[in-house]
Design a protein around this ligand. Structure first.
Ligand code: HEC
Length: 124
């Protein structure tokens, strides 16, 4: 009779300790996963660089990074039309690499600048 009121407290305490234990394990797990993800990200970066020497797709890149400013038909919008640009290939590379005015720099990886500029020059 005397011990009965204590039992719920003991149970709750055990539950609490269990919970704290569980949460800290979960935290460790998450930290591990995060480290793994970061490692994976690095690997992906390397894969990306490798891909840049081979299968870079300027059109896909355009749709991903440029379309919002240069328009769905390269007709321009927030940025000038890319179709029929008067810039030389080198100037195009320069613009993409360093940005210009409102245009952010570094949208295209260094290794892909050539392909991107060639593609822009080929737009008709
Ligand atoms: C945030 C909007 C924005 C995005 C995104 C953007 N641009 Fe631009 N771009 C501009 C603006 C604005 C200019 C004009 C800059 C100036 O002359 O001051 C410009 C200029 C250019 C020029 C020079 C054109 C000319 O004839 O003067 C090229 C080439 C170009 N952008 C290519 C790209 C490519 C390729 C991408 C995607 C990888 C891209 N831009 C993404 C806004 C953008």
């Amino acid at each position: 009779m005397n011990r009965n009121p204590i039992i719920p407290f003991v149970l709750i305490m055990a539950l609490g300790i269990g919970l704290v234990f569980f949460l800290s394990l979960e935290g460790l797990n998450n930290a591990g996963e995060k480290a793994k993800e970061e490692g994976h990200g690095e690997m992906e970066g390397k894969e990306g660089e490798q891909a840049s020497s081979g299968e870079f797709d300027p059109e896909a890149k355009y749709k991903e990074s440029c379309v919002s400013c240069h328009g769905g038909n390269y007709e321009g919008g927030a940025g000038p039309a890319l179709k029929g640009t008067k810039l030389s290939k080198d100037e195009i590379k320069e613009t993409i690499k360093n940005g210009k005015g409102m245009m952010p720099a570094g949208l295209v990886e260094e290794g892909n600048l050539d392909a991107m500029a060639d593609w822009i020059k080929s737009l008709k």
